[in-house]
Design a protein around this ligand. Structure first.
Ligand SMILES: [Zn+2]
Length: 119
């Protein structure tokens, strides 16, 4: 079966597991892949830091209650968090680093700050 280089598309000869025609194509491909991965990670990290900053700005005393819509107004991204904490009662806190929230009834959130790293 004829195989082609996954970077430039030219025919590849030799071992059946060979994916590139040359070391140049291999490094070009891997560099692009690394760039995409770091780009993605940068975007996620930016979102997480931004979320944390929003939570911290609304919670200067380390504990408070706010309307969920205030986070939405500040374009908080609810899809991203660093970790969760589930209480014995089954309630789930969502954290961005040390800043977290818990959904309450009636469209409110309890904001909390966490002091320690939890395994
Ligand atoms: Zn190639």
């Amino acid at each position: 079966m004829e195989k082609s280089c996954i970077e430039c598309g030219v025919a590849v000869h030799g071992r059946s597991d060979k994916r590139f025609c040359s070391t140049h194509c291999r490094s070009t491909y891997n560099n692009k892949k690394n760039d995409r991965e770091s780009q993605l990670m940068r975007e996620i990290n930016r979102t997480l830091r931004r979320n944390r900053r929003i939570l911290a700005s609304l919670n200067p005393k380390g504990k408070t209650k706010i309307k969920r819509s205030r986070l939405a107004d500040l374009e908080y991204n609810f899809n991203y968090h660093t970790n969760t904490f589930t209480t014995k009662a089954g309630k789930i806190y969502f954290f961005c680093y040390d800043q977290g929230y818990l959904e309450l009834d009636d469209g409110y959130l309890a904001l909390v700050e966490r002091q320690e790293y939890v395994q």
